[in-house]
Design a protein. Structure first.
Lengths: 132, 551
């Protein structure tokens, strides 16, 4: 069954990297949505309650990752969709804040395809209805 | 190495994204240094610099480019340290960072080959030491501040911007060119038919449709050309950093002012503009601007001012490179030219024109940068090869200004189509000042050279066939019967008439490159295809005007 993923990042390079991970190997064949800032990302999240997992960059123009999480919490938008906050090292405080703001987990750069695969597997195991 | 990394195949995308960021960071460091020296702050730049470095660091880490990641990381740490450093310590630290910024740019640029720029390892160990010393005292505080500033410094590329591989734009232009040729063929066929057949029903409709098509194609052409235009700041951007190094090496203090960075030019022109501009700027620092001591003696501020300005005007772009240095030494230029056996050109004894003559250089001492045997003639040749002109204005003790005039694009040239000995040629309109009916009474021979009186001036008139090697040898010079017109071309203050048989009309021609193997005379810059499918050579007025055509 095809699943849907959303990538919110202002770096075209990172979108290309996600595309590589999600078009080859075990994650191939899913529906992918791409947004280049938090505002676009939020709009896509609104339209797609079926998302399996969202990868959200921390530092972005026009609504950063934390702002997106905060807004979702306030509006109660699709709380079942897990969001992974993507950070760099030296941002422990941000990661703690992200947890508070409702991030499901975080992913530190640099990451490998296998890190992404593990996160997806965990998200699927938790997702309601997958067991059936 | 990128090859071992899961994302190694994205190395080109990595460079596309990171090189501008590294350049911005490096340039901003230079600017920060300048402002600090001038005592005008510049601290607000630090946040942006850190933001750019941070992205470069993260992307390099993802790509497994450990050396670049480390360099960006150390620079980022130094930014945090610098915020609290003033005085000589801060100055030394900033100098170290400026050096690092330049190396980072080279590292990112060289990432696809894995080439490490000279000195990068040595820089890193020095910088690491420095960053370590500061870390002991600062630690998390600096880190935290950095995070705050970074969020403020993030910048938007705008939601409606897409990146397109430039090769696609080249293909688009090629297809447009074919469309223009086909359109011209259609128009020509229609004219032929309508001349022969009187009032066939539907003719006016066809005429209207063709007119509408012409309008649409014209618009399409404008839009395609506009997508190829980039701001000249993409070329200007690297100059502050490069010139800083030159000035330092020469022991000079130079302030670079830049204006008109948003002036747009075709990328193909921009790509070939960086070298000649850098050459002129380097030349100004090395030969134009005096040492601080010399400037003081001359009653000038110790810091020399070098300005680079661009402005667009009616399909061309003018660029000025000016300095407030000592100006050209005309005596020395004349003596040097005589010693080198360079003859003054057609412009006579104008010493200012001599500096563009091939092989010319007055440099007596071989300095590190300007003494590589490359003179202004090379910069001038590069400008002319772009279809541009170069001139210099200089005043002893007050400075010099180099004036460049360049076409917006190399791809499409509005041209006058002429016919000489049954062959058609395109003459770029930019250099055509007039077309004149060749009245035999107004054409004269002076010293075996054809001349004509044009607008009260005597101008040299050359036979088109002779210029292009199509004329018959039988006709004696001066007896060019049948050539009914001459076209007056002008560039860089020189003028010349070219005798042609027919004037066909105006047309936007799409420039096709010239196969160097063809060995055409160098008065031709390229070829194009005309409406009737015939290939026509595009004349190069600048080269023609430079030639000293024999009688």
């Amino acid at each position: 069954m095809s699943r849907a993923f959303l990538f919110v990042d202002d770096s075209p390079l990172h979108h290309q990297m996600y595309r590589l991970i999600f078009t080859r190997g075990p994650l191939a064949g899913n529906t992918l949505y791409h947004a280049s800032n938090g505002r676009e990302g939020y709009a896509l999240l609104t339209q797609h309650p079926e998302l399996t997992l969202v990868f959200l960059d921390l530092n972005m123009p026009e609504m950063n990752g934390l702002e997106l999480l905060a807004r979702r919490a306030v509006e109660g938008l699709h709380p079942h969709v897990p969001i992974v906050l993507v950070t760099t090292e030296s941002a422990e405080e941000d990661e703690a804040r992200a947890r508070t703001a409702g991030a499901w987990d975080y992913l530190r750069k640099p990451f490998q395809p296998s890190d992404v695969e593990r996160l997806v597997a965990r998200a699927l195991a938790q997702a309601p209805g997958t067991a059936a | 190495m990128p090859g071992d990394n899961a994302f190694g195949e994205l190395i080109d995308e990595y460079v596309v994204e990171c090189l501008p960021l590294a350049e911005r960071a490096a340039d901003a460091l230079v600017e920060l240094e300048r402002r600090r020296r001038a005592g005008t702050g510049g601290e607000e730049l630090l946040g942006s610099i850190e933001g750019w470095l941070h992205t470069v660091k993260g992307n390099s880490a993802m790509m497994g480019l450990a050396a670049i990641q480390e360099a960006a990381h150390v620079l980022e740490d130094l930014c945090a340290a610098l915020a609290d450093q003033r005085g000589p310590t801060g100055e030394a630290l900033l100098a170290l960072m400026v050096e690092g910024g330049g190396l980072l740019v080279d590292q990112v640029r060289g990432a696809p080959t894995g080439a490490a720029p000279e000195g990068s390892a040595a820089w890193l160990s020095r910088a690491r030491e420095r960053a370590g010393a500061d870390h002991a005292g600062n630690g998390r505080g600096a880190d935290r501040r950095r995070g705050e500033r970074r969020r403020g410094g993030a910048e938007s590329d705008g939601a409606n911007v897409v990146r397109v591989d430039f090769r696609r734009l080249d293909t688009l232009l090629e297809v447009l060119g074919e469309g223009l040729i086909e359109q011209a063929a259609l128009v020509e066929a229609f004219r032929r038919v309508s001349r022969r057949t009187a009032a066939v029903p539907g003719m006016p409709d066809l005429d209207r449709a063709i007119l509408a098509l012409e309008k649409t194609m014209k618009r399409l052409e404008e839009i395609v050309m506009a997508t190829r235009l980039l701001p000249i700041s993409t070329v200007f951007g690297r100059f502050p950093r490069l010139l800083r190094g030159v000035a330092e090496g020469e022991g000079k203090r130079v302030r670079l002012l830049m204006a008109g960075g948003d002036t747009a030019l075709d990328k193909a022109v921009l790509d070939r503009l960086g070298e000649p501009l850098l050459h002129l700027l380097t030349n100004a620092v090395v030969h134009g601007i005096e040492s601080p001591a010399e400037r003081r003696r001359a009653g000038k501020p110790e810091e020399g001012v070098l300005s680079l300005a661009a402005i667009s005007r009616s399909g061309r772009v003018a660029i000025e490179v000016a300095d407030d240095g000592r100006g050209l030494d005309e005596e020395r230029i004349r003596a040097r030219a005589a010693a080198m056996g360079i003859e003054p050109g057609a412009e006579g004894a104008d010493p200012q024109g001599l500096i563009f003559q091939p092989g010319f250089s007055t440099a007596e001492s071989v300095s590190g940068l300007a003494g590589r045997g490359v003179g202004l003639d090379v910069a001038a040749a590069a400008v002319r090869a772009l279809g541009g002109t170069i001139a210099v204005r200089s005043q002893g003790g007050q400075g010099s200004a180099f004036l460049l005039d360049l076409p917006l694009t190399l791809a499409i040239v509005r041209s006058l189509i002429v016919e000489v000995d049954q062959e058609r040629y395109a003459v770029p309109i930019a250099q055509v000042v007039a077309t004149v009916r060749a009245d035999p009474k107004a054409l004269h021979q002076i010293n075996h050279r054809g001349v004509a009186v044009w607008r009260g001036d005597l101008i040299q008139v050359t036979d088109g066939g002779e210029l292009l090697g199509t004329g018959s040898d039988v006709e004696p010079p001066g007896e060019r019967r049948g050539r009914r017109f001459y076209v007056v071309i002008s560039s860089g203050g020189r003028r010349r008439g070219i005798l042609v048989d027919r004037l066909i009309g105006h047309m936007d021609v799409v420039v096709k490159g010239l196969d160097p193997a063809l060995g055409r005379p160098d008065v031709v810059s390229g070829t194009t295809i005309l409406g009737d499918g015939r290939v026509a050579c595009i004349l190069d007025p600048v080269r023609i005007l430079e030639q000293r055509v024999p009688a």
